[in-house]
Structure formats: C-alpha cells, structure tokens
Design a protein around this ligand. Structure first.
Ligand code: AMP
Ligand code: GLY
Length: 430
C-alpha cells in the first residue's frame, strides 16, 4: 500500500466502535470518519452526521473528503445496494454487492443456494403470504416439533420463531401475518426443520476468489441466563469457540466455506467482504443456520482484538482482489464480551441514565460503546445495548473473569447483563 487511506465507516454500534478501534491502529490510515458513530468512536475518530440510507449523500461526502474506502458495518445498507452505488461512483467500498448480500437479505435465496451447492443445512419449505394455510397443513403433516418459522427478509432478529406445538405455530403464523413491523420481511415464509446442537459462527473475509477465516466465536442471543427468554441482538460472545475443534473447522472449510465461495462465483455474484456463517454443530456435523453479510455484533468485539493483521490492509486488499497475499495472524488469547443493556431490553426501556465508572476499567479489558450519548461532561445511556466489555486472557476462564471484573466497575440505573457469558465454552474443558 502506498500513502495514507481516508476511510468512512458506516454504523454506530458496538461493532462499529470495535472496527474504529482496530482501523485506528493502522499505519496506513489517513482520516477516519464514522457515520453516525457513538461517544466511543468520537474519542478516536471523527463522527459525522449523514443519512446513511441516502447513498447519494454518502457518495457526495466521500468525494468531498477524498475518501479512499467506505466500510459498511450493518446489513441494511448492504442489502439495499450501497456497495453497487458507491462503486458506480468510483468509490471503493468494503462489503458485498446487493445480489451477494441476498445471502442474508432473503432466507429463501440462501436456502435455494445451499441446496443447489450441496451445503449442509436444515430441510425447509417456502410459502408466500397467501399460502399460510398451506404452511400450517405442511407443519401438521410433519408432526415433528419443535419446528422453525422464519420471515424471508431482514427482521432484526425478530422474524424467527421456534415452535413447540401446533398451537404455537398457529399463533406465530398470525403474528407473521399481522405484525406491521414484520409484514415486509414476512411476504414469504420459510418453514424449517429444527436442528439440535450447539451454535457457533465463523467469520470469513473474501475477495471474490480467495477467502480466509478471520476467526470464530459463540454468541449468546437470548436475554436470560441459560439461554432463556426473548431473542436479542446478542448479549455477549466469546472467541474462539471450543465447540469448533480443528476437525470440525476442517469440515466447515470443505463442506461449507469452499462451496459457498465457489457457488457465488458460479452464480456470478462473487462474494466480497465479510461472510458471517452461523453454524449448528449437530451429531451429523456442521450445518448452516444462516449467512450474514457483515461482522456480527457482539462477535466483532471479540474477533478483532486478537487479530494481528492490519485490518485496513486486509480491507483494501479485498477491494483489489489481493487477499491471496495475506495469511491471518491471531495472538492466540481468548476474549469474552459481556453486553450491558438497559432494563426492559429487548422490549421498551428508559434512556438517559448516567454511566459511571468507565475510567476504572483496567488494562485487561476494553469497553466498546453502543447505545451511549455524551451529555455535557457525562456519558448517558441512549439505547438497548449500551456497552460491550471485552476481557482478555490466555484461558477462556481468565478472559471471562477479566470481563466480569470490569463490568462490575461500571454502573447505570437499570443496568442488566447476563452472568453466564462463556459458561458453555468452559464446560468443554472439564
Ligand atoms: P436466524 O436469524 O436464522 O439465525 O435464526 C435466529 C436463531 O434461531 C438462530 O441463531 C438459532 O438459535 C435459531 N434457529 C434458527 N433456525 C434454526 C433451526 N433450523 N434449528 C434450530 N435453531 C434454529
Ligand atoms: N450477534 C448476531 C448478529 O450480529 O447477527
């Protein structure tokens, strides 16, 4: 790489603070702008106001500020085609194009793709919005519970229902049909076999031809301890995930990653950017639960800190199809991330609580901001997921202990966090 690269990062959650933190270490970085960012990114980069769903505004800002690379954090702009738009304007962007982002944007597309390329996943059937009665008949004919109902499109984690009985299927079909927030996503419905096993995710960086696994992690999606209660965006994560033994990772590469990357080439939708593969490790081996077209949140917060490569160089190489010049280097330590949320999340919650103790965090942990806001000299809560506290250790247990010790230094009214982040991973060592 010659010279310095000015970067515009799109997004404002914990994932984007982690991306800002990592990009900021690059010797090749010129100016770093984050839209909208958060008080954490403001400390190390330039937060800017931009309507990120207005791609022409993003392009105009990029041209005016000599942006050499736009990095897109969240899925919505990717699924809406921000990369295609910027590339047409000759602005390099890191992330998949619209058609490739369909791997996340349409569950029906993803399932058809997996079947076509023989990639292991759950059996399924698809129904359109006027065929929900047929969906019920299909479920009744299977008589096998639990069974999984999924809205086809993006639903921010709220479009998946694991149903234990026919009554629950009826109830959820009615939710999918009538909930205003789900109607667009649920214009089609995927009914899926329930896969038994432990979940984990691998994060792949791909330039259309070459792909490398950056790292793996395990998320904690439910609000309650012991994986109970409502689904959330993610309550914590740890990395690496011990359930992904070397043998399983080898199978993931051969049976899932290679056919996915090759399949996307054959479909003429070569995959560029981060591919997040959500896996179920079943008794029959690893199977795909879902593809996402971006880093996970909070998984990003545990996979970027151990990455020794310069992230900006990897991203530039991705846009120039030079990933074959790189191999991924990790520091070998564990990370565990505890997400501190506002009481009531993922339902309604209060904002504006003063956050105390951030200055007490020690060198074994990093705090990434998400739903926070600056209020005079204070930082106040401003969202459901407020902070991610990431601990490091040469064992998973030490990483977890560091995360929790530092979480305990921080407080705000109504703060809630799960006390069992990482426990499932620890069980694999005993
Ligand atoms: P998705 O948005 O497709 O990742 O689904 C959200 C969550 O629902 C996943 O992380 C799993 O915990 C669960 N899930 C989805 N599909 C299945 C399945 N076929 N079998 C078991 N669990 C599933
Ligand atoms: N943590 C789950 C996600 O980012 O989709």
């Amino acid at each position: 790489m010659d010279g310095k690269y000015n970067v515009l990062l799109i997004g404002g959650g914990g994932r984007e603070h982690a991306l800002t933190w990592k990009l900021n270490m690059s010797p090749n970085l010129g100016k770093l702008y984050v839209a909208p960012g958060n008080p954490g990114t403001a400390e190390i980069a330039n937060n800017i106001h931009l309507n990120i769903s207005d791609f022409s505004a993003v392009a105009e800002f990029s041209k005016k500020n000599d942006i050499d690379l736009v990095v897109v954090g969240p899925e919505q702009p990717l699924v809406d085609g921000i990369v295609d738009y910027l590339e047409n304007e000759n602005i390099p962007a890191f992330g998949p194009k619209k058609r490739a982002a369909l791997l996340e944007g349409s569950k029906e597309y993803a399932k058809e793709f997996m079947v076509k390329y023989n990639i292991p996943t759950a059996d399924y059937a698809v129904f359109s919005a006027d065929e929900f009665d047929d969906a019920l008949k299909f479920v009744q004919s299977k008589e096998s519970y639990p069974i999984v109902l999924k809205a086809d499109g993006l639903a921010a984690g709220k479009g998946v229902f694991i149903c234990e009985s026919e009554d629950e299927v009826k109830k959820r079909l009615s939710t999918l049909k009538n909930d205003q927030n789900l109607q667009e996503a649920a214009s089609k419905l995927v009914v899926e076999e329930f896969m038994e096993g432990e979940e984990a995710s691998v994060f792949v960086i791909a330039d259309g031809h070459t792909s490398h696994i950056i790292h793996n992690a395990q998320d904690h999606k439910r609000i309650g301890e012991g994986d109970t209660g409502l689904n959330t965006g993610g309550m914590g994560a740890y990395s690496p995930a011990p359930v992904l033994s070397e043998e399983i990772l080898e199978r993931v590469k051969k049976e899932i990653i290679e056919p996915t990357i090759t399949g996307m080439q054959i479909e003429e939708t070569a995959y560029h950017g981060i591919l997040y593969i959500g896996l179920m490790i079943t008794n029959d081996g690893p199977k795909v639960v879902e593809y996402n077209c971006r880093f996970g949140d909070p998984e990003c917060q545990v996979i970027l800190p151990p990455l020794e490569n310069d992230l900006l160089s990897l991203m530039i190489a991705t846009t120039e199809q030079r990933l074959d010049e790189f191999s991924i280097q990790l520091d070998g330590d564990y990370r565990s991330c505890v997400v501190m949320v506002s009481e009531g999340y993922p339902g309604s919650y209060k904002k504006g609580m003063e956050i105390n103790g951030l200055q007490n965090v020690d060198k074994h942990s990093i705090v990434f901001h998400a739903g926070t806001k600056k209020d005079g000299g204070s930082i106040i809560s401003n969202g459901g997921r407020v902070l991610s506290v990431v601990g490091r250790g040469d064992t998973l247990k030490k990483a977890m202990d560091h995360a929790y010790k530092n979480v305990e230094q921080i407080s705000f009214d109504g703060c809630y966090y799960r006390k069992d982040i990482g426990h499932k991973g620890l069980k694999r060592f005993t």
